[in-house]
Design a protein around this ligand. Structure first.
Ligand SMILES: Nc1ccn([C@@H]2O[C@H](COP(=O)(O)OP(=O)(O)OP(=O)(O)O)[C@@H](O)[C@H]2O)c(=O)n1
Ligand SMILES: C[C@](O)(CO)[C@H](O)COP(=O)(O)O
Length: 234
């Protein structure tokens, strides 16, 4: 049995909440398309990680054009997007060999800033317990729409990459789709397998609206300023 790790980067969505003519995964963050930044973060994590990119077939020529324009030469495999996130993940998962024994992660193409430490934590925990997801605490009061607040300490905001043993994830994605499957952990948990929560990082935002794009730009310029500041101190 082969033991290789994979990351499935899903970018098959419509980006309706962004409301842009260009699909949001291709919009620039500090001058470079979001999706390239996301893929590069995983390559920075590991030179041997198998990267599977899931993109709608209709966008693949445009993506290739962008890759040549930005001299993007990271290696990856390509799968076609599906009509739901669930189906996009399923299409990516089909490229992972059935007899693989390693960990498979699933990550949103529009989350360019998972920290290297968080990625590493997710893969290590999945190797131990079979299923790990990064989460961050809720920092505001949570109110139920019908009235009353709920104890926010009981809740976490869920991020990606979500990581699993290959056999478990493949078995989970053989289930029929239901509306409750909003992430990969919900699909796996439906089999009865427990999910381990690990600390995520706050900058690991999902770029969903134009506001998030502005936040992403600020995250990168803050990062650049702090690097310049540290270099100046040496
Ligand atoms: N059929 C789909 C739907 C979503 N995704 C991916 O799942 C991630 C999270 O989805 P979301 O942010 O909701 O993206 P969209 O579905 O594109 O956005 P919207 O709901 O605003 O249309 C994104 O990287 C998106 O590309 C996917 O691969 N295939
Ligand atoms: C997978 C996810 O990013 C975890 O927070 C989220 O559930 C995706 O939700 P969306 O409605 O498809 O953006």
């Amino acid at each position: 049995m082969k033991s290789s790790d994979y990351i499935i980067i899903v970018a098959g969505g419509k980006g309706l909440r962004m409301g842009s003519d260009i699909p949001k995964q291709f919009l620039p963050v500090a001058g470079r398309p979001v999706l390239m930044r996301t893929i590069e973060r995983f390559r920075e994590y590991s030179a041997i990680l198998n990267i599977i990119l899931v993109l709608p077939r209709a966008q693949q020529d445009y993506w290739r054009q962008l890759c040549s324009e930005y001299s993007f030469d990271t290696d990856y495999m390509l799968a076609d997007g599906g009509d739901t996130r669930f189906n996009s993940v399923k299409n990516g998962l089909a490229l992972v060999p059935d007899d693989n024994d390693g960990v498979v992660g699933v990550h949103d193409g529009v989350r360019p800033f998972p920290s290297i430490e968080v990625i590493d934590r997710c893969y290590n925990e999945a190797r131990r317990s079979g299923a790990a997801i990064p989460v961050v605490p809720v920092v505001e009061t949570l109110r139920h729409t019908t009235g009353g607040t709920v104890p926010r300490g009981d809740y976490r905001l869920v991020q990606t990459p979500q990581t699993f043993g290959t056999t478990l994830l493949k078995r989970a994605y053989r289930q029929d789709y239901t509306d409750g499957f909003t992430d990969d952990a919900s699909v796996v948990e439906n089999l009865g397998h427990p999910i381990t929560l690990v600390d995520g990082n706050r900058e690991n935002i999902k770029i969903t609206t134009p506001f998030d794009l502005a936040v992403a730009d600020s995250i990168l310029s803050a990062d650049k300023n702090s690097k310049q500041h540290s270099a100046g101190k040496k």
